[in-house]
Design a protein around this ligand. Structure first.
Ligand code: SIN
Length: 483
């Protein structure tokens, strides 16, 4: 373990996987490095298949007793978990910033966002009410019960090392499921620290397991096990599709939060400052590495020049640097491959006629940071099909509403979309016309524990957060009582 990692909060650091309440080790280990510097932060066990099986069995053994505990007990444990996370928000944020690279303030913000799911679902645990239904036979009643689906296998991404853990674990646990979770190989420490706090909050040992190791092996074990009744995944469309195919064998329930190629649309009648601020907030969060980041910005002909100039001015002023540098707004890319993709997208846009307005190159010799970049014009087709996942915003010109709706929807994806217009009728028309699960009107930030989050088309299915976030973890049982 390095001193860097220790500085992030010694008490929170776990370099073992969590199986049945114990921190377990394995014969081989995987090193975790800091995206900002490449330094090794520490390591986690590369679990053997038998250890993964052990976790699944322990989750199965714990599931019934956990589901049978009163909802008020589950709720109180989750509330306690929420309190512990909030009490440690700064140390957890530092850990997250180290392994993910996002600026410290943003990382602490993510910890609070993560806690908000725990609090929300602690409350939802208390509202698992069923129905009483009168049938056509005199005196007969159907009663419905909402029961936990069973053991959940969850796989989470590196871009939100805390919030994607709690957005899955909290509703699963609130519903009475137990959960075997594999965090992203790049960012396991935040997940392990959150799990340590869950145990401290009183979660029974078998209720939450955190597995580290080979992603393909763990994913295959989760989808092959008849004990796992549901798979919940956030990540790429390619991996989501493979998991759904594997889960089909055992008819496991699946929910998938996958990639997007979000459009952000600025109409002539938009408030320019609102649109610029919204576009910055949406696009440059986590250095552009979120599934809901706009991948392509469309500005109408009458505002195009003004929008590009103001937007590029603000983008050019964003401070790039390592997460702990004061005032930093844009951290490193998670990997070299991530950086190369951003570079390739800028080059392809320019080759299609786009004009470079700001940025466009690596920010330093290390090859970990990329300048926040804006281009204007060129061909938008690449950006309908492929997520850039980096700090690059291409802006395209459009003539009218019909044209932009067609362009916005001409993508296999449908996760997020953003519209900036002061025309109320147009706001409603756009909200209805856009094929996306999450829409922001005059805002670039839609993230909230209260908001049903999820996609359409190849961005996946299922909803997380909000009152819908419990549904995928619940099976409705009906009982008919005949007098
Ligand atoms: C994501 O991009 O995967 C999650 C974004 C959010 O929750 O805000």
């Amino acid at each position: 373990m390095t001193e860097i990692l220790e500085a992030a909060g010694r008490a929170l650091i776990r370099q073992g996987a969590l199986i049945n309440g114990a921190w377990v080790q394995a014969q081989s280990r995987l090193e975790i490095s800091e995206p900002a510097t490449g330094r090794v932060l520490g390591s986690v066990p590369d679990l053997a298949p038998s250890q993964v099986a052990q976790a699944i069995h322990a989750a199965q053994a714990a599931q019934r007793p956990w589901a049978q505990s009163p909802p008020s007990v589950r709720s109180a444990i989750l509330e306690q978990w929420n309190d512990l996370i909030l009490a440690q928000a700064e140390a957890l944020g530092a850990l997250l910033a180290l392994e993910n690279g996002k600026p410290l303030a943003e990382a602490i913000g993510e910890i609070r966002y993560a806690a908000s799911f725990v609090h929300w679902f602690a409350q939802e645990a208390l509202r698992l009410d069923g129905d009483v239904i009168a049938t056509s036979r005199a005196g007969e009643r159907i009663i419905t019960l909402k029961e936990a689906v069973g053991v959940v296998g969850a796989i989470t991404p590196w871009n939100f090392p805390a919030a994607m853990i709690t957005r899955k674990a909290a509703p699963a646990l609130a519903a009475g499921c137990t959960i075997v979770l594999k965090p992203a190989p790049q960012t396991p420490f935040t997940a392990l620290a959150l799990a340590a706090l869950a145990l401290e909050a009183g979660l029974p040992p078998g209720a939450l397991h955190i597995l580290t190791g080979d992603s393909a092996m763990i994913g295959a074990a989760l989808t092959a096990s008849p004990l796992v009744r549901k798979i919940s995944f956030t990540g790429s469309t390619a991996v989501g599709r493979a998991l759904a195919q594997a889960a089909a064998g055992g008819l496991q329930r699946v929910s998938l939060e996958l990639g997007g190629a979000a459009p952000l649309i600025v109409f002539d009648d938009a408030d320019l400052e609102k649109a610029v601020a919204g576009a910055i907030a949406a696009k440059f969060r986590n250095a552009g590495q979120t599934c809901v980041c706009p991948n392509r910005i469309y500005a109408q002909a009458g505002i195009f020049e003004r929008f590009v100039a103001r937007f590029a001015q603000e983008v050019g002023a964003l401070k790039v640097g390592a997460p702990f540098e004061p005032g930093v707004q844009i951290g490193p890319l998670i990997s070299q491959a991530g950086l190369l993709k951003v570079e390739a997208h800028v080059a392809q846009a320019r080759a299609s006629g786009a004009q470079l307005v700001t940025g466009g190159a690596r920010s330093d010799a290390s090859g970990r940071f990329f300048q926040p970049t804006v281009t204007a014009g060129g061909d938008d087709r690449l950006f309908r099909e492929e997520e850039t996942f980096g700090p690059y915003a291409p802006v395209f010109r459009f003539a009218d509403e019909a044209q932009v709706i067609e362009a916005a929807n001409a993508t296999p994806y449908g996760l997020a979309a953003y519209v900036f217009t002061e025309n109320g009728a147009r706001q409603w028309r756009m909200a209805s016309a856009l094929e996306a699960g999450v829409i922001g009107i005059n805002t670039g930030i839609t993230s909230s524990a209260l908001n049903p989050f999820g996609g359409m088309k190849q961005s996946g299915y299922g909803r997380e957060g909000s009152r819908y976030g419990m549904e995928d973890f619940i099976a409705v049982k009906s009982i008919t009582f005949t007098p």
